[in-house]
Design a protein around this ligand. Structure first.
Ligand code: BG6
Length: 500
């Protein structure tokens, strides 16, 4: 891995939007304060709102005050602010791109950025194609390998289904080589998600157990307490499968299920991940989709104080868009044959947590005589806590002290907060730093995005045909639809709950 970030100008399209304010500029500011930005570095923001560079700087300072911890000191801000520039315009207007070209050249001279360019598409997806084409038309893309480099970062959603994802890839490939394209899945930038590979491959004791002989099932849960907030319009088009599963949760599954790569180089890691996507057992046809998935949509809470999904802004009053899904996925290879991966995610649930639970098989035989004692023995569980309370725990059975043989279950626990001063960099800090140094392992490659859509699209198609359950089918603040509990019980299993 090339550790050194290269000097460059980061040109953000959609620089006044939510993503930029909440995530990108705060992440850059934090990298700046930790000395992790290259000496030659500047940001050129671009959006439709008219404003001067100084107004942009003031707006971004406000954003950093709100979203950085700690908020910027006057001194730190004074050193960061001169790195920010701004240009107004419409993405369909070629003259904007000519002005950007001119501004970039001036910034190169002022900040020694050496002609290197990182473009960030933080706009609505409907602008992606226009921006990509205009970048080419204005000769802003250097397609040759070597320096100066041109790279493009692109936010999800990456397409709406397989067909549109392929179209977007084709549009990108007319202008950029694959190694210039950085498709962001911010989950991959999370420390605890990256730790999955380190945990698996920096320890000798787990890998021999990491297979169908010892693992009964795996549960990947991303439970959110928030609703769709001010994104009702986007969510109506998207729904839970596109929003969370096609990208974040399948990428997480791939890290859990993949074979050891031959090295930690980007392509070696990405090759092994894509092998998992290729062998996901298809879930298609209405009957199969009914068996393998449970859909849900949140209603109001019991007191009626929280808006039901159908009452959210820009949401149809009879919307059938799901905000919850539980699904059973199989990975058809030697390692995982027969092991269900349960994926579950939803909005407006009781508790906010993201975990991966590796549930080991039950003991083959109970030595301890009495049925009540044997019934208390729980299978071992390895719990990777992605958020919050980042850490790992391993549960096992112990003897209750006393003259009788009684059994209890306990946990060995590791918390990130107890080490490294509890400081965990945000996902965007890691991803932006990687894009600056040209390390692509944590970005989704063309083939993995398309395979993920190939898997998800038939489920979306079947859901369109099968009448949806009576929605809403779970109250805000609950654990999700009762049907999801019943469904996993029918498999002879139960959901992991962080409170047990
Ligand atoms: C986004 C989804 O990609 O991820 C959101 O669009 C979701 O709906 C978010 O809330 C979850 O990410 P995080 O980092 O807050 O867990």
């Amino acid at each position: 891995m090339n550790q050194k970030p290269e000097p460059c100008v980061l040109l953000i399209f959609g620089a006044t939007g939510d993503l930029s304010r909440r995530k990108l500029i705060p992440a850059l500011f934090s990298l700046h304060c930790r000395g992790l930005l290259p000496g030659g570095f500047a940001v050129l923001g671009c959006a439709r709102s008219k404003m001067s560079a100084d107004e942009f700087r003031a707006k971004m300072r406000k954003a950093c005050t709100e979203f950085c911890n700690p908020a910027p000191s006057d001194q730190d801000w004074a050193r960061f602010a001169p790195r920010l520039y701004y240009e107004t315009g419409h993405f369909s207007d070629l003259s904007l791109f000519q002005r950007l070209n001119f501004a970039l050249t001036k910034i190169d001279a002022a900040h020694h950025t050496a002609g290197n360019r990182l473009f960030y598409l933080a706009t609505l997806p409907s602008f992606y194609a226009a921006v990509i084409q205009q970048l080419q038309a204005a000769a802003l893309v250097n397609q040759k390998s070597g320096l100066p480099f041109t790279r493009i970062l692109i936010e999800k959603p990456f397409g709406h289904d397989l067909e549109t994802a392929v179209q977007l890839n084709n549009t990108l490939h007319k202008v950029f080589r694959e190694d210039q394209i950085y498709r962001i899945d911010h989950y991959l930038g999370k420390e605890t998600i990256q730790n999955i590979l380190v945990f698996r491959f920096a320890n000798a004791i787990f890998e021999p157990l990491w297979n169908r002989r010892y693992i009964d099932n795996i549960q990947i849960t991303a439970a959110e307490t928030i609703g769709v907030e001010n994104r009702g319009g986007y969510y109506e088009e998207t729904g839970v499968l596109r929003d969370m599963v096609q990208n974040h949760l399948l990428q997480t599954l791939a890290l859990i299920a993949m074979e050891p790569p031959i090295s930690f180089e980007s392509e070696a890691v990405r090759d092994k991940k894509v092998e998992v996507f290729k062998v996901l057992r298809p879930i298609q046809g209405e009957a199969e989709v009914m068996r393998a998935t449970v859909r849900g949509q949140y209603g109001s809470d019991e007191k009626g104080g929280v808006a039901a999904y159908r009452q959210e802004n820009q949401v149809a009053p009879d919307s059938t868009t799901p905000t919850y899904v539980a699904m059973r996925v199989f990975v058809d290879n030697w390692r995982w044959q027969g092991v269900p991966f349960y994926i579950r995610t939803g909005k407006r649930l009781k508790q906010q947590y993201t975990t991966v639970v590796i549930q080991f098989a039950r003991i083959p035989f109970c030595l301890f005589g009495q049925d009540q004692v044997c019934a208390r023995i729980e299978p071992n569980r390895l719990i990777l806590r992605v958020e919050p309370d980042e850490g790992i725990s391993l549960s096992f059975g112990i003897k209750v002290p006393g003259t009788e043989t009684d059994i209890d279950n306990t946990r060995m626990n590791f918390n990130y907060s107890s080490l490294y001063n509890g400081v965990i960099p945000t996902a965007y800090e890691r991803l932006l730093a990687d894009a600056l140094r040209g390390y692509t392992a944590l970005f989704a490659r063309k083939d993995s995005v398309e395979h993920a859509w190939r898997f998800i699209t038939p489920i979306l198609d079947a859901w369109e045909k099968i009448p949806s359950p009576v929605f809403p089918n779970y109250p805000a603040g609950s654990d999700g639809p009762a049907a999801a509990d019943q469904w996993i019980r029918e498999d002879g299993r139960a959901w992991y709950s962080p409170n047990r």
